[in-house]
Design a binder for this molecule. Sequence first.
Ligand code: NIG
Ligand code: FE
Length: 425
Amino acid sequence: MIAADIIVRNIGQLVNPASDRRARGHEADMLRLERNVCVAACRGKICFVGPEKELGRSCRLQDDARVLDAGGGVVLPGLVDPHTHLPFAGTRQDEFRLKLQGISYQEIAARGGGIKGTVRQTRGISLEDLVALCAQRLDRMLLGGTTTLEAKSGYGLDLETELKQLRALQALAGRHPAAIVPTFMGAHEIPDEFRGRNRAYLDHLLSDVLPRVRDERLAGFVDIFCEEGYFSYAEAEHYLTQAAALGFQTKVHADEFTSNGAAELAARLGAVSAEHLIAIRDEEIAAIAASDTACVLLPGVSFFLRLGRYAPARAILDAGGIVALGTDFNPGSSMISSQFFIFQLAVFQMGLTIEQALNAVTINAAYAIGCEKQAGSLAKGKDMDLLLLDVPDYPYLAYHPGIDPLRTVIKAGKVVVQDRRLVER
Ligand code: NIG
Ligand code: FE
């Protein structure tokens, strides 16, 4: 019989997504609630969820098992953030002040700021300093309930720096409890060295950089910024097709500011996800909703850039699409690393129900980064990534914005945050 080494007992309300697999369209209207249950795990994997009196049927507690009392409180699975640009150096608050004066993201980029400013800083930082910077950011995310996240390169735009960003993520995987899923995003912007030669830059990535990324197992996903002024539909199609032939799974930054059909492209190429979709057209909604491509919506960008419009989350759900939510944590368009805040924005600004938004930050977010089997819900066989909350019931998480609802965070069966503090590692 399995010997559990940790148990959380006396859970008043265990809140799980609709199912342990992704929820499509209105399947995401539901949550599974269980009252008065416990969750136990052995070596990081959940071995029991249910009423404590039934625990003995499938496992026993080790003598020195860690026992936590939820005090009748609310428990959620650890949040999954399916879209971040974590490994960047420096910040851009000067630019942010310009944005507050009404100068647009695109105008700032045209003046040599934007992504390029962060590229200069990221090229200049050492690997060790980048790792330390990312570790601080991950600590903050863990304190905010994010236990698994995706992280993109794309602030190097040259072989050395792109590899440095991915190596920083690899180093963090051994040092930090948060689980990181790396994505190669060398096609984030056209570096000055290749100005006006987009196709040549993409071919350089395909022939010189991606084989290294693959051989060193630094990332399994490839992403491209398909947007006016960055990479075109035809360039993205060429690049993603070739990247897939090299063995990568694909993602697309699609329809963030303008629509050029990138969401339809993502669906047609079988991309794992299309991300942003603020400017998606109706015919593209139909195409993506009929596919298995996840729609990763990033309301932090609409909020942070004060765009006044959000991705049409409800229309995508009505059409049967798979909706996930992420922070897009980055120094330019979304300096936001809290998934609870994104959940609240989705409820307040996109009109998602609390249930739809919770599915989108848990199981559907896990699906969007290929982690559905390990993360996104609390079920036997999955990782014990669990949040113990200080709220009377789950709707309160949206009802009272701005509070810190988290008391305890467990990642892979280890207590990593207790009484709102990081546990010494
Ligand atoms: O997801 N869209 C491209 N990349 C980021 C912004 C990056 C930046 O401004 O540094 C985004 O919005
Ligand atoms: Fe992004």
